[in-house]
Design a protein around this ligand. Structure first.
Ligand SMILES: [Zn+2]
Length: 557
């Protein structure tokens, strides 16, 4: 090794994050990460390596010495693929610092999603304005709100609008006519045309309003583009029958259509069977997967249909006094105080205790499962900025700030292999999304040469969540460095305002949509048996539509 090279290496090793003057060296890389424990869930690489980054990509992973313009000493630290959160309802400037503190390099709202007609505008608002990568699916719920409630007051274009659109209930309870159904599907087709990452459906909130036919047609629509549907299942939260039956609806459709599907937050009763169903289908070549958030409690709006006394108390056997907590005040509701608050503020955020604490560790043991935080928008959000102090942020469920570090901590405390936890935080979302043709996910979630340099560096001995139900906006710790698209967005655990770092995660917009309106005639032409005895029938004639079997006309309406 030549001497100058050796001295430069020493310099890089001892002085972290010092940008070396260009004239001083002939650096091969823009940035190097030296001496870290590099972990790659796809190839199972787990060893001390040096990583060289050039033009936003991982250019080399090697045991040889390398030199860069900037160097990070990662001795004693894990160098992992950047964490990918496929279920984050808050893609806003005030959220970014907490996301980065928790190691997240990409956040996507795939469960509720954005209003189909305005999906492109959702992306435009974030261009050059986000330090981490961002993406969104097309919202089933909002297409219904537009058609069935006439909701038009789009301010956010995605999940936070639900706190206003959910004040009406047509979106949840109305069975659309065939014409309305076609309108709903047309709005969603427009969102897919504009490049949405498949469809998100909050079916669990619309359990009476949405027919089996409607869900099937949604999956068929996303399938026209080869994209996923993510469903908060019918009858979730429920028991170990309802929950599983809910997911079976989606999986049966996915099997019949051959389309990708995500079981959103299946960290509920029956999770072990849900996991087995997903593993079984993947074994048969279907691209279906599930996600969990590592907490015993959930969070939603007070007027969620499953919190009504007939469901929550009578059917599921919970008591409000023990399970339904106000996010802002920390007080538990009674049947009476819940009814009073519903009149004043129907969509007020609540925390819902629904699972035993011990189950959390079980979920982290499930191979192939991804982490989706289900982080909620903070309310009220007026005046919240990128640098609003963590203590001044309104309270929220701790999954918002702590989900990913929590998985790493629980894996450490419960002797779960670190590679399993690392796969959950990144690869398990990137791989299936990439497999359905989402190019930006084919090059993320992996520590390999040629991949995009989205990298999270953490201390395996100390990494931990700190957010609690009382204070849900406390940042995670033990994650000193986060790199997005080759740009350092956090060093020494201090997030940097690198707003040019984040890139859109989306499909290329297409010229034309793919949806063809549904009709009774179309169905009968496709599915009725043509006359076998052509002598008696008239070839090509229309069958008698008044005798349509159950499952066509009746279920569409
Ligand atoms: Zn949900």
């Amino acid at each position: 090794m030549n001497k100058a090279f050796y001295m430069l290496r020493q310099f890089a090793l001892t002085i972290c994050f010092v940008a070396l003057p260009l004239s001083a060296i002939a650096a091969d890389y823009d940035l190097v990460i030296i001496n870290g424990r590099v972990m790659d869930p796809e190839t199972n690489l787990d060893g001390i390596r040096n990583v060289g980054i050039k033009e936003g990509r991982i250019a080399v992973i090697t045991e040889d010495q390398i030199v860069g313009m900037e160097a990070i000493d990662a001795t004693g630290l894990v160098v992992a693929p950047g964490f990918i959160d496929g279920h984050q309802h808050c893609v806003e400037p005030y959220a970014y610092r907490l996301m980065v503190r928790d190691g997240r390099t990409a956040i996507m709202d795939l469960e509720i999603g954005a209003f189909g007609d305005k999906l492109d505008e959702w992306y435009k608002r974030r261009e050059g304005n986000s330090p981490i990568n961002y993406g969104v699916a097309v919202a089933h719920e909002f297409a219904r709100a537009a058609v069935l409630d006439g909701f038009k007051d789009w301010k956010y274009l995605y999940t936070p609008d639900a706190f206003y659109s959910r004040i009406s209930d047509g979106w949840a309870k109305t069975r659309p006519s065939l014409e309305q159904g076609n309108e709903i599907l047309k709005i969603m087709d427009e969102g897919l045309r504009q490049g949405g990452i498949g469809i998100g459906s909050t079916l669990g909130y619309m359990r009476e309003g949405v027919s089996a036919r409607e869900i099937y047609e949604l999956q068929k629509l996303s399938g026209l583009y080869g994209r996923q549907i993510s469903i908060h299942f019918r009858r979730t939260p429920g028991n170990d029958v309802d929950e599983v039956n809910g997911i079976q609806e989606m999986l049966a459709n996915a099997a019949a259509l051959g389309t990708p599907a995500i079981a959103a937050h299946f960290n509920n009763p029956g999770y072990n069977l849900v996991h087995e169903l997903l593993v079984g289908m993947r074994g048969r070549g279907y691209n279906v997967w599930g996600e969990i958030y590592p907490y015993a409690a959930g969070s939603t709006a007070l007027n969620a249909v499953f919190l009504e006394p007939e469901v929550w108390v009578k059917t599921l056997g919970y008591k409000y006094e023990e399970t339904l907590q106000d996010v802002a005040t920390g007080e538990f509701y009674t049947e009476k105080t819940r009814a009073e608050m519903l009149k004043k503020e129907p969509t007020r955020p609540v925390i819902v205790y629904k699972m035993p604490q011990e189950a959390i560790v079980d979920w982290i043991r499930l191979p192939g499962v991804a982490i989706g935080s289900d982080g909620m928008p903070l309310l009220p959000d007026e005046g919240l900025e990128w640098d609003t102090p963590y203590d001044d942020l309104p309270n929220t469920h701790p999954r918002f700030a702590g989900s990913f570090a929590r998985v790493l901590r629980l894996a450490r405390e419960n002797n779960i292999p670190l590679m399993q936890a690392v796969a959950m935080t990144s690869y398990n979302y990137a791989r299936p999304l990439g497999d359905m043709g989402l190019k930006s996910m084919q090059v993320r979630g992996r520590m390999q040469k040629g991949m995009v340099a989205d990298i999270t560096i953490f201390d395996p001995e100390t990494v931990t969540d700190n957010a609690t139900y009382e204070k849900g906006t406390l940042p995670s710790t033990g994650i000193p460095v986060v790199i997005v698209n080759g740009i350092v967005v956090m060093k020494d655990s201090a997030p940097l305002k690198a707003f040019n770092a984040g890139q859109p995660i989306r499909f290329e917009p297409r010229k034309e949509g793919r949806f063809k309106p549904l009709s009774i005639e179309g169905w009968t032409q496709q599915f009725y048996t043509p006359p076998v005895d052509f002598g008696g029938g008239v070839p090509g004639s229309q069958p008698n539509v008044t005798e349509a079997p159950p499952g066509s006309q009746a279920d569409i309406h």
